[in-house]
Design a protein around this ligand. Sequence first.
Ligand code: M6R
Length: 610
Amino acid sequence: MCGIFAYIGHEKAALECIKGLKKLEYRGYDSAGMAGFHEGALRFVKAAGKLHRLEEKLAESAHNFSSAISHTRWATHGKPTENNAHPHFDEQQHVAVVHNGIIENHVALRHEMVQQGINFSSETDTEVIAQLMGLSPTGHIVEKVSYVLGRLRGSMAVALLHKDYPDTLIAFSRECPLIVALDPITGQAMIASDSNALPSMDLDITYLGQDEIALIKKGEVLFFDKAGKPLHKKQERLGHDMHLVSKQGFDHFMLKEIFEQPDTIRAAFMGRLNEESATVEFEGLNLTPADFLNVKRVLILGCGTSYHAGCIAARLLEEYARVPAQPAIASEFRYQNPIISPDTLVIAISQSGETADTVAAVREAKAKGATILAICNIKGSLLTREADSTIYLKAGPEISVCSTKAFTSQLTVLALFGLYMARLRHVGRDEGKRFIQELYQLPQLVMSVLEKAPLLQELAVKYSRYNHFFYLGRQAMFYTALEGALKLKELSYIEASGYPAGEMKHGPIALLDEDLPVIAFACNRQTQDKLLSNLQECKARGAPLIVFAFEGDTDSTSLATDIFHIPSTSDALAAIPVSVASQLFAYYTALARGTDIDQPRNLAKSVTVE
Ligand code: M6R
């Protein structure tokens, strides 16, 4: 959460920072701010609200920064006001700081400094970093930063400017991502929270590690450990074509990402399926088939949408590979003193690879001896560095805060993993081949759902006046219902609950009447009859019934108030086309209600706080 971008190179540092922040706004958009050197003096501009407010104020200020740090905020400590917007300063205004993360001991530090007579001007935890920098003993800037790092507890990615070092950007990090990039030709240098924010040019990039410090000048980057000892760090080349992000003519990133799914699903399985041996070959896996054969239990960790993918995968692994598999919400798992044996495989799912709860849960599992397999979209992210091995989604950047293509890529990769585990165990070649054929069909199935987007828009408009929804399903469709309800909630601010259809009669059915539409996902053949009975019960209470059912399902059609047909596939893979349809339903509902689709209120793309 929160995006950092800093630039040094030419006189248009403010413009470069705005370009960078625009690509980071998905990480938080409560306020934005920038500080830089204008004619040798440290100046700043801040604005509450979205980035365009900062742009407007910058245009008025006529600052011409030669180097600058900037920030887009997701509020943790203190309201989203201009005063709490970053950068924050020490009392003398010698140091400007932007920060992503949480300083856990900020109350004690603030108290200590107030006792010394220091005046604070914001409610944020970040300000203690700036004030500490101001108080740090005299010496070289690296010594000052070492001192501050030693005093701070918690997580932090920090970029700062110091009045005595106008030609230097200073950065340090702990548990939060921060990338340092250098253009080897022009010498322009940048700091960014993620590589998508960097300009499209060939850059040498370096990820700052735990408690590492960087001093960045035009044409030169120096790294130090927390004791101030110089470090030699490996650089990676980021090609100019590797980080293009645009809406490509769509009204929203979300819609573009929904429509990308035939391609992203294909990318998730392409080159990984071995038809001859009816199995899967994941590139760059550090774990051997013997390691996977030794696995006696699988735990699947994730948050939000990634957790829902984990729930669906756990069912698939148990059913096809016959390995006990349990999903767990990472934020709960990390505090429950989990029982883990050496033959437990932990699969951690995260689009961003930055989710603090997921990373912390992985660390807990690792400490207890588990092997960690990450399923992730972002190369080099924190999670992939913690894991023993990673399978990448290859879905490309997902910019919309609401996750869509990452979810279906997660489901696809997890289905591949299920096939791999099943083939290692008891599943024969013929069954494996059949599963591969079904996987190959997925892009086409998704395409046929997308072609019917206008029908989903009609449905969404028809129901957009309702303020509550129930999403029902059984087996994998129950988890798909949880995901469908999450999409509707976060996009349109409509209260929506996902529920196992069979549980309705144990209480929630009391809520039903003609003002509470039920969306039922009827794409699980194994439980179809039971689901239909549950839907009859809902209908008898007057609830409007919107059913997503396989083509040719006449029973559902005759029961439903409105029906949407999903092309036929197996129960194991049905969550994918059904989810695409429910993503579109949520998108069009939000469109009808006029909410902020790519950046829903109160949310951020990467949740890097607990
Ligand atoms: O990056 P991650 O997959 O770890 O993110 C997990 C959740 O924060 C994320 O899926 C969130 O629930 C989305 N906003 C859902 O659309």
